[in-house]
Design a protein around this ligand. Sequence first.
Ligand SMILES: NC(=O)c1ccc[n+]([C@@H]2O[C@H](COP(=O)([O-])OP(=O)(O)OC[C@H]3O[C@@H](n4cnc5c(N)ncnc54)[C@H](OP(=O)(O)O)[C@@H]3O)[C@@H](O)[C@H]2O)c1
Length: 193
Amino acid sequence: MRIGIFGTGGMADALGTQWARAGHDLVVSGRSDPAALAGRLGAATGTWRETAAFADVLLLAIPAGAIGDVLAAAGPLPGKVLVDCTNDPGLTGTPVASRIVTDAHVVKAFNLAHVDVWRMTPPVFDGRPLSVPLCGDDPAALEAVSTLVRDVGAKPVRAGGLDRAALLEATAAFAIGLWFAGEDAQAILTPVS
Ligand SMILES: NC(=O)c1ccc[n+]([C@@H]2O[C@H](COP(=O)([O-])OP(=O)(O)OC[C@H]3O[C@@H](n4cnc5c(N)ncnc54)[C@H](OP(=O)(O)O)[C@@H]3O)[C@@H](O)[C@H]2O)c1
């Protein structure tokens, strides 16, 4: 797959490392010089627009508040898959994905686990592989992102259309708030039996 990564921070590094290992072709764009991350990933660098033109799949690994400006700079994205891992920075549960204006096929994914989890190879907890909920409307886009989830060593879970992405974002806000408060958020979502 040809993957463009918007951002050079923790999530770009963690997921980019996994996808480079899986053999995908990567191009990285950043507000700061993306050369260091691209070097680690064996990737090329590009402007927002060059990376968008190259990619079949684009990862938004930037703050939610920067999405509008970055997508405007990237230009039209017809038929591209846009993976949105962003969370509302205030952790208020304010929807992000539903406010993204684009002609790409948006898939909400990778927003629920901490960046260190995305560095695990593979992310397995008590013998259970991490499950990664995906929200999106386009079947081919969901299939592409499912492949990228499996490349991380995790299990994709189809969690409904993009209209349900706000639930994923609210879940992240709720769980992260509990982690920050020192609670064991994982203990809340118990197995059925
Ligand atoms: N960290 C986590 O555990 C985690 C988990 C799940 C989801 N997320 C989400 O993933 C996204 C990225 O998180 P991260 O942890 O990778 O953050 P990060 O390490 O702080 O990296 C953020 C990246 O976005 C760039 N950026 C910041 N403001 C920008 C702007 N106005 N325009 C363009 N680029 C800008 C930064 O560039 P500079 O280097 O120039 O500042 C950097 O490349 C966030 O939306 C976050 O909510 C994070």
